[in-house]
Ligand binder design. Sequence first.
Ligand SMILES: *Cc1c(COP(=O)(O)O)cnc(C)c1O
Length: 483
Amino acid sequence: MHTEPADLANLDLSPADMQAMGNLVVARAVGHLAALQSTPILGEYAGIEALCRDLREGAPEHGAALESLLAPLFDDWMPRAFGTAHAGYMAYIPGGGVYPAALADFIADAANRYTGVWQAAPALVQLEANALDWLRNWMQFPDAARGLFTTGGSMAMFNAIACARERLLGNDIRSGVLYVSSQTHHCVVKAAKLAGIAHDRVRVVEVDQDFRMRVDALERAIVADRGAGLTPFMVFSTAGTTNTGAVDPIDAVADVAAREHLWHHVDGAYGGFFHMVPELRPLLGGLSRADSLTLDPHKGMFLPYGTGALLVRDGEALRALHSSTAGYLPDNQSEFYDPAQYGPDLSRGFPGLRVWLTVKFFGAAKYRAALAEKRALAVWAAEQVAQIPGVVMDAMPQLSLFAFHLQSPALATLAAQNTATRALMDRVTARGEVMVTGAMVGERFLARVCVLSFRTRRAQMDICVRQLAEETALLLAEAAKHA
Ligand SMILES: *Cc1c(COP(=O)(O)O)cnc(C)c1O
């Protein structure tokens, strides 16, 4: 029978207990990371539904020892997932999750200081302001720019659209029209809806053969909407699309936006951080002209999931959207960055600390070197993959992502090519060392390789290229036999 502890209401722990619990967690986490490369990149999914059903339970009435909770978490549940932290993870958009950021989260959560308003922790808020300033400098935004750490790119888009809407449409929301391309990330349309811009006010502009927004088509769409009495107010270009890594003609879109008085948002969630590397900046020409910019530190800065960022060129526009006050709050001050005046959250975590601590720990030079290396690896791998018999390249890397499909006399129809290309991604992933995923682009399924985990080095690229070649040869042989 369970006996109630003498002091049931006490949730505090002794220093010795806290130390012991921390040691357990660090040992588990470090052991997990050390063993990562010797475990399959995609864990066992057979029976996963049954497992999830079994996991359903009510809240326990009484607690349990920490170790008994960690064991199934690390040994059973964690492996049954996409291996997003593996060195061979080249699916979707990787990042990896650098360790110093995990420690920063631990510190932020253990200390639990309040960084929603400046007065509650001025020096800590200043660290977050510094981290935003670093992003601003790397992106060559002006001093008047302000920003916001969000939970991800999607929420950065939401804040950007709300900001542009407020500035350019005021209360006349229904007249406003927003422009994306067919390759724009789907979260933009979702964010538009959240920000009050309905689907019938979003125009999807076509792309060229390199999947880049057609500026002539954008201009025609703007003219048509003005003719219909609507108010074009915002255009999105993408600095590295999720499907094929395409970089829109950002400079040309910026010209159109300037001439037509549109707010130009650049989605740099995948590709923005390549702007840190001076040699790679020309690939993102025009990015620093944007009215606002989405960045995803949980991709290009290799942080754990949970950190996106927004920069707004005219910081006053962001402040005008969010600044507010209440009788129970300290008066707004304007000398220092103040999170609640620039974002929708009041109480919140301390997202700046994980960025600040990580950059201070590694230094910017290490970031530039890592980003340059990821691009070089992708360029090298794409050149190798392009030579594999049966591979047709659809997109060479503009940044660090390339896309292709399989085609051969035995794979003559689009349907057969799609099936084989999809099988290629699945079979390479099933081998356990590299994970790759594809995407439907129009009617065609494209294989993709995206290099953006800090753990991905030449060794994993070698494996990736070799396994793509081996599995392609097998698939083509099977197709030839059945043809
Ligand atoms: C990942 C991504 C997004 C969405 O960002 P989240 O952080 O997943 O919310 C948007 N655009 C692009 C280009 C992306 O790669």
